[in-house]
Design a protein around this ligand. Structure first.
Ligand SMILES: Nc1ncnc2c1ncn2[C@@H]1O[C@H](COP(=O)(O)OP(=O)(O)OP(=O)(O)O)[C@@H](O)[C@H]1O
Ligand SMILES: [Mg+2]
Length: 381
């Protein structure tokens, strides 16, 4: 095969890889890291980097590099401040090719330990004509200036980086908005329950008290007081349950394991199904946000099993690994079609938001008639 043909094919593959990366579920830094590596490989550059300027336009918000080992990166010291050439690329958002970066009068601010960089290609990362970062390459191998074709490829990759950066911003905003919505829905439900059940009960108690007051004999009064006592006991249970739903104190006081066991017990009693809880968590507490997320997700998963699954058994297994926490909730119920799209329910949505906010992943394996398995992974570092 001709060399040119091989090149064209490699280029195409790399561009496809870049395209897939930006639509994947990788974190933004991982996507940018990939784009930077691909840019270097396609242009035979020894070094490549991508910097994103923050809103103030003064500081670098992100900076990913390729080709610099950790030691060199550490020796260089502080991140570039976007003065020198990087600043020029932001202010004057046009691609730039230089034969020798080091001797360019605009290349100010090179730290003393920076490896020499001669041939240079930089392109702005921009959307709608506004630059907010740049992608640049240095030291074309074996040696020599970057070509026009290099420039075109890097412009393409920079535009993909811009899309990835924009997406990450809007995904975050979306996640936040939906998390708030789910919280609101939950509060509305609790408010309704407080109003309907607890309010009703207190009204009945008032009536009961009036009956005690009106009682003509001591026996009548005692009977009315007895009824009242039952009502108070029931209401107390109800209020306790609501309080636990709002914030299970077992979670704060004793940690995830007892809280999950208690939750399992409650579901077992109220849902008439066999609930098994198995935890391998070790002795150290997890971060509070991880504990809360796992508790809420398992709580919603169990609520769903009770509400929708007609299951006989459900098992919850929580395993702590060195780097991540794995939670599996599995029932033997009706299953469902996860591709049927989101209905009115906020439960699964809320789970996904919680997982996303912690950079974890959630997989639901369900098909009609064969139970549901929910697998959750949360990073621990
Ligand atoms: N374990 C399960 N077994 C069978 N079906 C399930 C299970 N979990 C979820 N589903 C199905 O997925 C749908 C979406 O669940 P989701 O928790 O998002 O909403 P919901 O439970 O209907 O409402 P909400 O959680 O807001 O009260 C449910 O309506 C149900 O059809
Ligand atoms: Mg639900």
């Amino acid at each position: 095969m001709l060399n040119a043909e091989v090149d064209a094919r490699t280029t195409r593959r790399a561009l496809v890889e870049a395209g897939i990366a930006i639509t994947s579920e990788l974190s933004l830094d991982a996507v940018l890291q990939k784009l930077v590596r691909i840019a270097a490989e396609l242009t035979d550059a020894r070094y490549s980097a991508l910097g994103v300027i923050d809103r103030s336009g003064l500081e670098l918000e992100r900076f990913v590099t390729h080709g610099l080992d950790d030691a060199t990166r550490a020796r260089i010291g502080d991140l570039p401040r976007g003065k020198g050439i990087l600043g020029v690329l932001i202010a004057d958002a046009r691609p730039m090719r230089l034969d020798d970066l080091m001797t360019d009068p605009r290349a100010v601010g090179f730290p003393p330990n920076h490896p020499p960089m001669n041939s240079f290609l930089g392109v702005p990362v921009m959307t709608r004509g506004v630059a907010f970062g740049n992608l640049y390459l240095a030291e074309k191998q074996p040696s020599g200036p970057f070509s026009e074709e290099d420039e075109e490829l890097v412009i393409l990759l920079a535009s993909q980086a811009a899309v990835a950066i924009e997406n990450a911003g809007s995904v975050q905003r979306d996640a936040l908005r939906r998390a708030v919505q789910a919280q609101e829905a939950e509060r509305r439900r609790l408010a309704r329950e407080l109003h309907d059940e607890t309010g009703q009960a207190l009204t009945s108690m008032l009536l009961g008290l009036a009956a005690v007051e009106r009682a003509e004999t001591a026996d009548d009064a005692r009977a009315a007081a007895g009824e009242l006592r039952e009502l108070v006991v029931l209401t107390l249970q109800n209020v306790r349950r609501l309080a636990v739903e709002l914030r299970p104190s077992a979670l704060d006081d004793f940690g995830l394991e007892p809280a999950l066991r208690r939750l399992g017990q409650t579901v077992k009693e109220s849902g008439a199904l066999d609930v098994q809880v198995e935890t391998r968590l070790g002795s150290e507490r997890l971060l509070p946000e991880v504990e809360t997320a796992v508790y809420r997700i398992v709580q919603e998963a169990l609520t769903n099993v009770v509400k929708h699954a007609s299951a006989e058994r459900v098992s919850i297994v929580v395993t702590r690994m060195p780097e991540k926490l794995i939670v599996i909730v599995e029932d033997d119920g009706s299953g469902f079609d996860p591709d049927a799209g989101p209905g009115e329910g906020l439960g699964l949505l809320g789970m996904r938001e919680r997982v996303q906010l912690l950079d974890g992943s959630l997989t639901i394996d369900a098909s009609l008639g064969s139970g549901t398995m929910l697998a959750l992974e949360l990073p621990l570092s």
